[in-house]
Design a protein around this ligand. Structure first.
Ligand SMILES: C[S@@+](CC[C@H](N)C(=O)[O-])C[C@H]1O[C@@H](n2cnc3c(N)ncnc32)[C@H](O)[C@@H]1O
Length: 381
């Protein structure tokens, strides 16, 4: 496919997404109907679609409309590309611009320029202060790929060497040698021996930094274990981990992942956890506002009412999880959100209800860390 034909495909897919079809479903539908497209074409079309969603408001403003053509035209103008090279009307390229399209478009400002929904911009600024713009602009970029070198299988140097042997270049984070940033070859990762044999796990830098900041205790309950990212990181650090989730299906792959990683993790059925632990980790469901560059369509689906609903769920999870914290034990609360309602205000309210003291709270942010990620560490008084 020519670059213009890829843009035409992206325009169709974006129009479907804007009409309400989830991004992955729209891409899959296009993929199934486009047997002629090679793997490079598929990756390029996917990148065009996701880049357009990340920058939806600013590109729609520049391109003169919130539709597929407007978004791709906005991309051309943002990147200083001559729109006529894409909108040529030749072969499978998009039709040439109409005079109205060619004249439309304006420089974005305010929340549009930040590519954030209008409802979130005031809360975003309240939470991040003078970092608000830098972090918002980082959310317009593609997320870097981070790995965790799994100490149960390999040292970071061994993991880097194994990756390199398969054409994947990675380097350790300055402050956390087990965190490896993939510099090139990321698309080869899932088929690589290093990944399949558990030498490395996919995990963003920020949750790795959060896990590394936890005290080294023995018995840990991962109360919202989901796919087990935190359980595996804590087990690799030497903890005996019990994984729990309200939805057992979310943990379905955990036994296989733990086996691959050489970790022993006890999986508890929903609601079956008894007794107390040295530390309970609650990696709660949240708006995901710190990870919107990975899930850009989620950024546009979220709203304030959903954040309020999530905050109620988070408070309920904290109350239930706290019951499993032993005497002098720790309670760790994590979100991949940057919003105060889900972070510091949630913890302020929890401490007002319970006999816990706040030991530490941190907001990990790009560019020093990676995704936006919040950690509060508390101890039972
Ligand atoms: C952010 S995800 C967890 C991600 C996971 N810790 C990881 O590292 O891969 C939040 C999880 O909380 C679970 N959850 C939602 N409500 C819950 C509740 N009341 N009790 C326990 N888990 C709950 C969800 O099913 C979901 O798997």
């Amino acid at each position: 496919m020519t670059p213009a034909a890829r843009a035409a495909a992206a325009i169709d897919i974006l129009d479907q997404i804007l009409s309400g079809i989830p991004a992955e479903a729209a891409l899959l539908r296009w993929s199934r109907g486009s047997r002629f497209a090679g793997s490079g074409d598929r990756a390029a079309v996917r990148d065009l679609v996701f880049d357009s969603l990340r920058c939806k408001l600013s590109r729609a403003a520049r391109g003169g409309g919130l539709h597929g053509r407007g978004l791709i035209l906005g991309m051309c103008r943002e990147q200083g590309l001559d729109p006529a090279t894409i909108f040529s009307g030749k072969g499978h390229a998009p039709a040439a611009l109409t005079p109205v399209e060619a004249a439309a478009g304006a420089e974005p400002d305010g929340h549009q320029a930040m590519d954030l929904p209008d409802w979130v911009w005031p809360d975003w600024r309240a939470a991040l202060g003078d970092r608000a713009e830098v972090v918002a602009l980082a959310m317009r970029e593609r997320a870097p790929v981070w790995l965790r070198a799994n100490r149960l299988r390999a040292t970071p140097a061994q993991a880097i060497a194994a990756l390199s042997a398969e054409g994947i270049e990675a380097e350790p984070a300055p402050d956390l040698p087990t965190a490896l940033r993939v510099i090139s070859g990321a698309r080869r990762l899932s088929a690589s021996r290093a990944y399949q044999e558990g030498l490395v796990e996919l995990q963003d830098l920020s949750p790795q930094l959060a896990c590394a900041a936890l005290p080294p205790v023995r018995h840990v309950l991962d109360y919202c274990a989901g796919g087990g990212g935190k359980s595996l990181a804590l087990a690799a650090a030497g903890a005996e981990v019990t994984a729990h989730d309200a939805d057992a299906g979310r943990m379905a792959d955990l036994p296989a992942r733990a086996k691959r990683a050489g970790a022993t993790i006890r999986v508890a059925q929903p609601g079956s956890v008894r007794g107390s632990f040295d530390m309970v980790v609650t990696d709660v469901p949240c708006s995901g506002s710190g990870t919107w560059r990975r899930t850009p369509d989620a950024k546009w689906r979220m709203d304030m009412a959903m954040v309020q609903k999530l905050a109620t769920i988070q408070a309920d999870i904290l109350d239930r999880a706290a019951a499993h914290v032993g005497a002098q034990g720790y309670l760790a609360y994590m979100t991949c959100s940057v919003l105060e309602r889900e972070n510091s205000l949630q913890i302020r309210d929890f401490i007002a209800r319970h006999d816990f003291e706040l030991l530490d709270q941190r907001l990990f942010l790009p560019p020093e860390a990676s995704d936006g990620f919040y950690l509060a560490l508390m101890r039972r008084c």
